[in-house]
Design a protein around this ligand. Structure first.
Ligand code: PGA
Length: 237
């Protein structure tokens, strides 16, 4: 399974280093063989070798150049980073990234062989409009994306569930994941208010290959527990 922590604009470089060290030793001590990804803030990126894979929350579709405020491939190379999050709802809805821009990023980092965690998900008003409009909205987020890319991971994160404490029911997650799996056989994560209290149930659902965790992942002990849940579920199967 894939257990991913999106640290967003939290944890300084020093705090992130401590976080990654604690997580790494937990995974080793508890023989956890799950794929564990951590996405720190850009200024907290650092090289790391071990079980924890460090990824970038964002980067521009360039090696380097005149793009004030942006991070290029060269800056990720410096830390041996070849994993990236693309299409997170905060980038789409707060930072205003369009599908066209995301496609550009996707293709650029795909060409470089990066592991891409590509996020999709609908806002509340679309969900409330009914199943068909919701699936149409989500389908549009697949447009221009190579769904058969071998290093692709998809994360379904309903926008209204992110950081709100609200989640779809387990049945709803299972049923939408079943539909999404028809669009791509890439590993499919669920994200949006995953916590220690619901992670086990979510991870146990059919067609859920892992979780993408924001707020609850800021507590390293909580995130470690979620990694442990994933391991115990996989051990049972
Ligand atoms: P959340 O965030 O766990 O705080 O809801 C998830 C995400 O944004 O990936």
């Amino acid at each position: 399974m894939i257990i991913a922590a999106n640290l967003k604009t939290n944890l300084t470089r020093k705090q992130t280093a401590k976080y990654v060290d604690e997580l790494e030793s937990f995974l080793n001590k508890n023989k956890i063989s799950q794929e564990v990804l951590v996405f720190p803030a850009a200024s907290s990126l650092n090289a790391h070798s071990g079980k924890v894979v460090i990824g970038a929350q964002n980067a521009y579709a360039t090696v380097n150049g005149a793009f004030t405020g942006e991070t290029g491939k060269e800056h990720l190379d410096e830390f041996g980073i070849n994993t990236i999050l693309i299409g997170h709802s905060e980038r789409r809805h707060i930072l205003g990234e369009s599908q066209e821009e995301l496609i550009k990023k996707f293709n650029f980092y795909k060409e470089l062989g990066f592991k891409i965690v590509y996020c999709i998900g609908e806002p509340l008003e679309i969900r409330e409009a009914g199943h068909e409009p919701m699936m149409e909205y989500i389908s549009a987020q697949y447009e221009g994306i190579d769904v058969s890319y071998e290093n692709l991971i998809i994360a379904y994160e309903p926008v209204w569930a992110i950081g709100t404490g609200l989640t779809p029911t387990l049945e709803e997650i299972e049923s939408i994941h079943k539909e999404l799996k028809k669009k791509s056989s890439a590993p499919l994560l669920y994200g949006g208010s995953v916590k220690v209290t619901n992670a086990k149930d979510v991870l146990a659902l059919d067609n859920v290959d892992g979780i993408l965790v924001g707020s609850a992942a800021l507590y390293v002990d909580h995130f470690c527990t979620m990694c442990e849940y994933a391991q115990s579920i996989e051990n049972k199967n």
